[in-house]
Design a protein around this ligand. Structure first.
Ligand code: HEM
Length: 131
């Protein structure tokens, strides 16, 4: 059974990897490659959801990730989840509004998602203990 810090380290690696994809999709849309943006983000969606669900399963199987956390780390996890949970909820909506060309929804939501994702990655990489 992996320990809490091992799971967090794995998550840091996976989230960094999918963030490279997301960044590439932003470059794609900024340079007018709409279909490429859509395809990269489909991959981003599948990989991110797999990571989130895999993490959930690991938690349910019995590893209490935060069991060995200090009070500070517990607080950091709480702050991280304030951004991570809405990001994960918004992601299917991003895919749906993009794929069905609901521009008036997709564009404003994109701003919100970008802010939430940035905060999720920042707090995930720099405030959670992985050693
Ligand atoms: C900063 C984040 C994002 C920005 C600025 C952005 C922007 C855009 C824009 C401008 C379009 C073209 C449609 C239009 O004219 O409105 C588009 C299409 C699309 N977006 Fe996004 N988007 C972002 C994030 C996402 C995310 C997170 C997903 C999915 C998880 C996504 C999925 C799609 C899809 C599937 C399309 C349709 C592509 C096609 O027409 O083939 N986007 N996006």
């Amino acid at each position: 059974m992996p320990t809490g810090p091992e799971i967090i380290l794995a998550l840091k690696v996976l989230v960094s990897a999918v963030t490279v994809l997301f960044a590439a999709s932003i470059v794609a849309i900024a340079t007018g490659h709409r279909r490429l943006h859509g395809r990269i983000n489909l991959a981003f969606f599948v990989l991110t959801m797999t990571t989130v669900l895999g993490f959930e399963v690991l938690l349910r199987i019995g590893t209490d990730v935060s069991a060995s956390f200090s009070p500070e780390a517990r607080q950091a996890l709480r702050v991280h989840l304030v951004f991570a949970v809405p990001s994960a909820l918004l992601l299917p909506l991003m895919l749906w509004t993009g794929a069905t060309r609901r521009r008036r929804l997709h564009r404003p939501l994109a701003g919100v998602f970008l802010l939430l994702w940035t905060a999720t990655v920042y707090t995930g990489l720099f405030t959670l203990p992985s050693e």
